[in-house]
Ligand binder design. Structure first.
Ligand code: DGL
Length: 270
């Protein structure tokens, strides 16, 4: 059984990490990171739709099913059409965890950080409408975090990252908020930076910073167990990472991110 993961770059690895380390995902995993075209969030929507479809098609041709679209931007733009086109494939999408924040409603607001494309899409706006939380939700584009995460010098850019997070959060009075929803799979890579900046700006604030990785991972395992009754006997986990552009940085950073997963990783050029 081949399990596909897709993202514009490194971000989807935050979901894969959660699935392997905390939900014990096993099997043959094919991760496609479209590092040639990253970031998606500021690009033309039709262009992104086309490359998402092309990338998903190549995972399907590899025999992957289910496929986790570990990218909020790609999910919000393309999942509906992909499900209509590839009826035999189980697609597990990613969307900002506003439902989790709304279920925990604390009479405070919810701040959703995502890419410029994600915050404009009907998928998110409909969800907010459906949950009836329009008056409590603030949407904020934070595209630069994707660029920082993919930057060859990311580890040396901590000050720039913190300054950018500070600039974003300074637009709000965080005392009025119960949750910050990280609505892009790249953003959890900066979880510690968020914590540090919030502590500096609001020493007594205990705002919750959440993302969707856990929910997606649980959903994925549920689907796998439905398809593969022998899944519990599976012991091996093998990860093959396909890149759309050769990149030593991606290899180093992906090994760092999956460091605790203790899996064999193989890299291939798509
Ligand atoms: N990880 C993608 C997401 O969750 C990043 C989008 C981008 O490439 O801008 O939206």
């Amino acid at each position: 059984m081949k399990i596909g993961f897709f993202d514009s770059g490194l971000g989807g690895l935050t979901v894969l990490k959660e699935a392997i380390e905390n939900e014990k995902l096993k099997g043959e995993i094919y991760y496609l990171g479209d590092n040639k075209n990253t970031p998606y969030g500021l690009k033309d929507e039709n262009f992104v739709k086309k490359i998402v479809e092309k990338n998903i098609k190549s995972l399907i041709e590899c025999g992957c099913n289910p496929i986790v679209i570990a990218c909020n931007t790609a999910t919000s733009l393309s999942i509906k059409e992909l499900r209509e086109k590839y009826k035999d494939i189980i697609f597990i999408g990613t969307e900002p965890a506003v439902k989790v924040a709304s279920d925990a409603y604390m009479h405070k607001k919810i701040l959703v950080l995502a890419t410029s494309i994600t915050i404009k899409q009907e998928k998110l706006l409909n969800l907010i409408d459906k949950l009836n939380i329009k008056n409590y939700v603030q949407l904020c584009a934070a595209d630069k975090l994707v660029q920082f995460a993919e930057d060859i010098n990311c580890n040396n850019l901590q000050k720039e990252v913190n300054d950018y997070i500070k600039e974003l959060l300074s637009k709000y009075d965080l005392n009025e908020f119960s949750h910050i929803v990280l609505g892009c799979t790249h953003f959890p890579l900066f979880y510690e930076n968020f914590k540090m900046v919030i502590k500096e700006l609001y020493p007594n604030c205990n705002i919750n910073i959440i993302d969707g990785a856990k929910g997606i991972s649980i959903n994925l395992i549920k689907h796998i167990k439905n398809i593969n009754k022998d899944y519990d006997n599976e012991t091996n986990t093998k990860v093959c990472i396909f890149l759309t552009k050769e990149s030593e940085t991606f290899k180093i950073r992906s090994r760092q991110i999956l460091n605790n997963s203790k899996v064999d990783i193989e890299y291939k050029l798509q």
